[in-house]
Write a protein of this length. Structure first.
Length: 368
């Protein structure tokens, strides 16, 4: 049900790293302008925030079905690591030669040599969204969007206990407050940090999906809580917009630059979209497209950075009209290779692991 959406979201992240932005508002010069390095609607944060919600939906189902026991936490985390790490480590190591031997002037997150400490930072993954604010890490992140996988892994560590201890209704308002204060830049908090990347400010976004799952399973109170949270986000967005107008900022796509308005829009669009898709019948190709999405998310920086300084006559490839199509084609090919050569073998390992530890049917392994 979510497979096509996940692939589209991964593609939006790819476009974001090609500097594709949406400029203007509908009716005021609304247009796509790839490669323009100025403010505009960033497709990356929009996609990542919806990824957060989908993860909350799927993980709530998985935990409620098989892991509502603190003694199974270790099994759950092993399962999650077997899902996240294999392709991540393969593509991270594939990026290493590019980082070492290609001109680093155009690589936004790679500067310098791959020291042991820097490689440890990259391999650990789980704390990477926090560690990225250490200069040595920020200057050597091999897979640029890997910080979001750190947030994802942190959510995996939290969600079993949130559900088991029934503290979701307490955690959500606390996280929402951090998100709002961060997005307003109050108390010196940075919106990009506290309302997009770090788990205290985005945990409630994951839990939007959690409420949606419980609602789909017949829990009426979950629908009420999801609706109230959704209205609260719209209200906070209105407060932020009003605050900007009061300060005399122009109301266009630049009006809240740095105030993470893409994340607000993602929530307002993503919640009804997630619910609509959750009601759809699963198709045979849904799972395959979803599996491709992870490889596309991880692999696309290989052609972006690998081709950027490849010379064609007197110009570099990134200055040609076919740079973007070349990146897209190669990224999809790498995603397919990553799935068939890396992901599928580990699907068998995870399937056998779950059957042995939890007596889970193979179809469940494939879905999560």
């Amino acid at each position: 049900m979510f497979g096509p959406l996940r692939l589209i979201l991964a593609f939006l992240v790819l476009l974001s790293h090609l500097d594709v932005r949406i400029h203007g508002l509908p009716g005021t010069g609304f247009q796509f302008r790839p490669g323009v390095n100025d403010p505009g609607f960033n497709l990356g944060p929009f996609a990542v925030a919806i990824f957060y919600m989908l993860s909350g939906y799927v993980m709530t189902g998985l935990v409620r079905a098989y892991y509502m026991d603190k003694g199974k936490f270790g099994i759950f985390m092993v399962d999650r690591c077997c899902r996240i790490l294999p392709q991540y480590l393969v593509f991270m190591l594939a990026m290493l030669p590019i980082a070492m031997f290609v001109d680093q002037g155009h690589m936004r997150t790679v500067d310098g040599d791959p020291t042991v400490l820097r490689m440890v930072y990259n391999i650990t993954l789980i704390p990477l969204n926090f560690l990225m604010y250490i200069d040595d890490v920020q200057n050597f992140t091999l897979i640029e969007p890997s910080w979001s996988l750190g947030a994802e892994m942190q959510f995996y560590m939290i969600i079993p206990f949130v559900l088991l201890w029934r503290i979701r209704d307490w955690v959500v308002p606390a996280s929402l407050m951090v998100f709002f204060v961060g997005s307003m830049w109050f108390f010196g908090m940075n919106a990009d940090t506290w309302a997009y990347r770090l788990i205290p400010g985005v945990l409630f976004i994951f839990l939007l999906g959690s409420y949606a799952f419980d609602g789909m399973k017949g829990e009426k109170s979950a629908w009420v809580k999801l609706g109230l949270l959704y209205v609260a986000v719209i209200g906070l967005f209105g407060v932020m917009a009003g605050y900007a107008v009061m300060k005399g900022e122009a109301f266009d796509t630049k009006w809240c630059l740095g105030k993470n308005y893409e994340v607000y829009i993602a929530i307002m669009v993503g919640v009804p979209l997630m619910i609509w898709l959750a009601k759809k019948k699963r198709q045979a190709w849904d799972e395959y497209l979803g599996n491709l999405s992870y490889g596309l998310f991880l692999s696309h920086m290989l052609p972006v950075w690998g081709l950027a300084k490849l010379r064609v006559g007197e110009t570099t490839l990134d200055q040609t009209a076919w740079f973007m199509p070349a990146v897209i084609v190669i990224a999809f090919l790498l995603a397919a290779l990553g799935y068939h050569l890396v992901e599928k073998p580990f699907l068998s390992i995870r399937r056998n692991f779950r059957k042995r530890k939890l007596a889970v049917s193979p179809s469940v392994t494939a879905r999560a």
